[in-house]
Design a binder for this molecule. Structure first.
Ligand SMILES: *Cc1c(COP(=O)(O)O)cnc(C)c1O
Ligand SMILES: [Zn+2]
Length: 446
């Protein structure tokens, strides 16, 4: 039987730098990020068709963790982990929703929404966190001294970390920017028993703090600079083509903040192509909020210069990041996938959410950023009518009801929604109800 393996190597390609996955290490000695590199020769001993068949069988399996979208691809993720070490909350295999009505509205033949927010903690962060916490579980069982696992977060990473750690009985600590995340996000790590630190700074400030603390104390760093998470997140690329019957769409659009996810997405596609599972790559679009758009600015410069910025407040709070940790990873992925970066203002992203909601979705603001980008690229002709498009919806709309309520009651500053639909207050009489009905629908008499 073939044995599969993976190890850390330097992302920037420093010669001879490698570490085992059971080591506590986040960067190469020269300060560059690491990448999990698989023994591709071993994986290549199975044909693309054999991998497709195996993944399809597992997707239909009755039992966990095979049915998990992440662990059903375990040879490509963490090949050496034992089943007993895996912590699984049913992540992955989220719905790939054909959004026909929205497609028609936008002038597209085919549009799918990959509903990554339909997951245990309501965001795609579960895909990566199941891998990281399972690996920590394995390391602790092998005697590696890890007291707790910690992360800085714009709300969704902390929720995922807290849930998997609670499942594993591993202590966790989360560094959150005070008053910058939604109530639904904040209550998740509280309920799951994390040490919740509400810090008087922004995400970038939380990120600086946790890096200092984890460098000095046995707290394991769970941010996406830790490349373990990206191994789980890359499975979304595999799922998308698997759910399309192993067909590759022309475009995949993803909202980006810290930019680990776009790298993971690209890595998934590249790995499938390398292993003969697919024969071409899709083009990738990263969508950013105008108020937090350092990647967009670098793209507009032709990748000439990248400068971190001070991110301004955006309703897409999970991507309010001015100094993305994975900037170089993201640029590499975009270059390999003939990538495009687009941006959306606050008004554009909320209007895109409302438009999609009218067509049967219930979108979070980050998905709104991606949909607004789609709208612009379609209107500008970059994306053609016949192009097949997949939009990665990163979180569940129910985690971000504040912005949606504000849109519909007209209380968002500077945003005058064209699709407002506030509730109608009425006395409880038949006349009043019929009157309200008649205002909206053609009521027949009688
Ligand atoms: C984390 C997150 C993102 C951004 O992912 P990055 O890897 O930081 O680019 C987008 N949307 C939501 C809802 C998120 O939680
Ligand atoms: Zn290096």
């Amino acid at each position: 039987m073939t044995t599969f393996s993976a190890r850390y190597e330097c992302f920037a390609g420093c010669d001879g730098v490698h570490f085992g996955l059971d080591e506590v290490v986040y960067k190469c000695p020269n300060g560059e990020l690491l990448d999990v590199v698989h023994d591709m020769d071993a994986l290549r001993q199975r044909s693309g068709a054999e991998w497709r068949t195996l993944f399809d069988e597992r997707a239909g399996a009755r039992s966990w963790p095979d049915r998990s979208g992440v662990w059903g691809k375990r040879e490509w993720v963490l090949p050496e982990i034992d089943d007993s070490e895996i912590l699984c909350l049913g992540e992955g295999m989220s719905h790939l929703m054909p959004a026909q009505r929205l497609a028609t509205d936008l002038g597209l033949d085919n549009l799918w929404i990959k509903q990554c927010g339909h997951s245990h903690t309501g965001s795609f962060k579960d895909l990566g966190m199941t891998v990281l916490v399972s690996q920590v579980n394995r390391m602790r069982r092998r005697g590696v001294p890890i007291l707790a696992v910690g992360c800085a977060s714009t709300g969704d990473t902390s929720a995922a970390l807290a849930a998997y750690c609670a499942l594993a009985d591993i202590p966790s600590v989360v560094f959150l920017p005070a008053n910058k995340i939604s109530v639904a996000q904040l209550v998740q790590p509280i309920a799951n028993g994390s040490l919740v630190l509400s810090l008087d700074t922004d995400f970038d400030g939380c990120m600086r703090l946790i890096q200092e603390v984890t460098a000095r104390h046995p707290i394991y760093l769970a941010n996406s600079m830790n490349s373990l998470r990206l191994e789980g997140q890359k499975t979304v690329a595999i799922e998308i083509v698997q759910q399309l019957g192993w067909e590759v769409p022309e475009w995949v659009i993803v909202p980006g903040g810290n930019l680990g996810n776009v790298y993971a997405l690209g890595k998934g596609f590249a790995m499938m192509k390398d292993l003969g599972v697919i024969d071409r790559l899709p083009r990738i679009v990263v969508a950013q909020a105008h108020n937090a758009n350092p990647l967009y600015r670098a793209y507009k410069n032709g990748w000439d210069t990248f400068a971190p910025i001070q991110a301004k407040t955006t309703l897409a709070s999970a991507i309010q990041i001015g100094s993305p940790v994975s900037i170089h990873r993201a640029i590499r992925a975009l270059e390999a996938h003939d990538g495009v970066v687009e941006e959306a203002t606050e008004g554009e992203l909320m209007e895109a959410c409302a438009r999609a909601d009218r067509a049967g979705l219930f979108t979070c603001p980050h998905t709104g950023v991606a949909l607004a980008a789609l709208e612009k690229l379609r209107d500008g002709g970059t994306i053609g009518r016949a192009d097949r498009v997949v939009v990665v919806s990163t979180a569940h709309g129910l985690k971000f009801t504040g912005s949606k309520v504000g849109y519909h009651d007209g209380s968002l500053p500077g945003i005058d929604g064209t699709r407002r639909n506030p509730p109608t207050p009425l006395p409880a009489t038949v006349e009043a109800v019929v009157g309200a009905l008649a205002q909206r629908y053609p009521l027949a008499d009688g």
